[in-house]
Design a protein around this ligand. Structure first.
Ligand code: ZN
Length: 101
């Protein structure tokens, strides 16, 4: 197990929050009440670990690390860098021919 201590205040009172994939009958779309979530035809398929936040529950701290925002902005930054590299590449290469404007 990792990140059980808050990197800011050292508190061990940490929570995690992230995205999970549920499978359920289509008729339950928009209707995930507590009682619907307990039905046997609703189950957890998996979790997206890279989206999980580690949240410090110390009310004076509330530090959040490994946030979903970090994951998304990292991908966005990499995408932007790759597009800039492709634009800087010599013209008439196979890469540039496939680039949309
Ligand atoms: Zn903390």
């Amino acid at each position: 197990m990792q990140k059980i201590k808050c990197p800011k205040c050292g508190s061990k009172n940490m929570r995690i929050m992230g995205q999970a994939t549920l499978v359920a009958p289509a008729s339950m779309y928009g209707a995930f009440s507590k009682s619907n979530l307990r039905k046997k035809e609703v189950y957890l398929q998996g979790v997206n670990w890279e989206t999980f936040d580690f949240i410090c529950m110390n009310p004076k701290c509330c530090n959040t690390t490994n946030a979903y925002g970090n994951y998304v902005s990292k991908l966005e930054k990499e995408n932007k860098e790759l597009k800039e590299r492709l634009k800087a590449a010599p013209k008439n290469t196979a890469y540039n021919k496939r680039l949309p404007d």
